[in-house]
Design a protein around this ligand. Structure first.
Ligand code: ADP
Length: 442
């Protein structure tokens, strides 16, 4: 302030002095006025430079000025720099935040108070078939064209999720999304979408499974209850009575087999993956399968040509009881489904690369291609009555698939209606060891 006053006085003094020297009293007045105008113009010029710098967005360094304008520029420059730094930081934080949401496995969409998309991550884009750039400002209801989502959005009660079918979802490849809207800010909505296809399918499978088990148990139970009632109410001759008891025993046996298969399945699902710790020789495993095959054929009163090729001198690594159950399930299926007079050939061989193939070939009815992918589903049967007649539970191949998967192998099915079937289990080389290798290892 003092400096400005000094300069003003200096200009006035210089103007007045020069005026007096040139024109005495009148000259002094004019000189003073000229000094004041000059000072004003210089000051205005300095102010204009500052204003120009500000108008250009203060992108360049501030004009180097002394005094009051200089200090004002300095302070403005520092304040602007600070603001720019803060804005940059905020931008970086926002970008980090958005890239974190971008990585989210769930779909995230931000909606403005009118329900228009303000931002969406790529997951949401893929889930709803929207383009996170192109579809900005589009109304969400126009993009998610699901009647139950529309009703959910209009009802404005967002306490629970709404499950919608994703676009492109079909009966063969269903895709379900659980969507929830969360209000935030002033009327804005955060939309979260989770892929619940697997959960929904598991739930559907659980319901089907419970219904199937109940049905499978109810049938023999109803038969049993009927026989009990007959025996209780009628005086039957001993022969008839024995026949009834025999049929009751059959039904009880059927339930026992079912429960035992169910327990096997649940054990397989619940227990940890088996290591290749125990090495079981193929010889005794196949011998037991052969014994069982003869027993099943005899029980069904069938005369089949059963051929078991001598197994290679090898051992398989894993849980022996599981492997036996998988092998014997395939053999007993072949025996059960092959009509009288047919043949069943069982062969185990070590393939190139050290894998083991256990193949069961039969001359039975074969299976049409459309059924093949579903054979390993629980309770899936091509011919329900034939399965029941021969004591099937509909769980055999499901057990086989589980055992094989747990041992890192594959179940391969080749079959054509009228041309028989080949069911083969392939175990990886890591699960196979030749007797010679076992002997060398001691
Ligand atoms: P099931 O107890 O009914 O035999 P599985 O799970 O073992 O149940 O087999 C499922 C279905 O696959 C059977 O119901 C049958 O229709 C078909 N299947 C299995 N093995 C054979 C085979 N060797 N020949 C023809 N069909 C078979």
């Amino acid at each position: 302030m003092a400096l400005r006053l000094f300069f003003l006085l200096l200009f006035l003094g210089a103007g007045g002095g020069a005026g007096w020297w040139l024109g005495q009293d009148r000259g002094t007045q004019l000189g003073l006025a000229a000094g004041a105008v000059l000072w004003f113009m210089l000051e205005t010029g300095r102010g204009m430079r500052v204003l120009r710098w500000l108008r250009r967005g203060a992108a360049e360094p501030a004009p180097r000025l002394g005094g009051l304008w200089g200090e004002a520029c300095d302070r403005m420059e520092r304040a602007l720099l600070q603001r720019e730094r803060e804005a940059q930081q905020a931008r970086r934080r926002l970008e980090e935040f958005l890239s974190a949401i971008q990585r989210s496995p769930n779909g995230v969409v931000l909606l403005d108070p009118q329900g228009r998309i303000e931002w969406a991550n790529d997951t949401a884009g893929a889930q709803f078939g929207i383009d996170p750039q192109r579809d900005l400002q589009q109304h969400i209801v126009n993009l998610v064209r699901e009647p139950n989502f529309n009703a959910y959005y209009q009802a404005r009660n967002f306490a629970e999720d709404v499950v919608v079918a994703a676009p492109g979802s079909s009966a063969a490849r269903p895709m379900k999304l659980a969507v929830r809207l969360h209000p935030y800010g002033e009327g804005r909505l955060l939309m979260l979408a989770r892929d619940v296809t697997a959960v929904e399918q598991a739930e559907l499978m659980r319901r089907d499974f419970v219904a199937n088990v109940s049905h499978e148990i109810r049938t023999p139970l109803t038969v049993l209850a009927g026989f009990v009632e007959t025996l209780q109410s009628l005086e039957l001759p001993a022969e008839e009575r024995a026949r009834y008891l025999q049929m009751m025993a059959q039904q009880a046996q059927r339930m026992q087999t079912l429960v035992s298969d169910l327990l096997t399945l649940s054990r397989l699902e619940g227990s940890p993956l088996p290591g290749a710790g125990a090495w079981t020789p193929l010889g005794p495993l196949l011998a037991q399968c052969e014994q069982e095959a003869h027993a099943v054929a005899a029980a069904l009163g069938k005369s089949l040509h059963l051929e078991f090729a001598p197994p290679p001198p090898a051992r398989v690594g894993g849980v022996a009881s599981e492997l036996l159950s998988a092998f014997s399930n395939l053999v007993s299926n072949a025996v059960r489904y092959t009509p009288d007079g047919g043949s069943v050939t069982v062969r185990a061989q070590v393939l190139e690369g050290g894998r083991l193939e256990f193949a069961v070939r039969d001359t039975g009815p074969g299976v049409a291609a459309e059924h093949l992918p579903r054979l390993t589903e629980r309770f899936y049967r091509v011919d329900r009555s034939r399965s029941r007649e021969t004591g099937g539970t509909g769980l055999g191949l499901a057990i086989v698939k589980h055992v094989v998967q747990r041992h890192g192998g594959e179940l391969k099915i080749e079959s054509r209606p009228g041309a028989g079937s080949t069911f083969a289990i392939e175990l990886p080389a890591a699960r196979v060891r030749s007797e010679r290798a076992v002997a060398l290892q001691g």
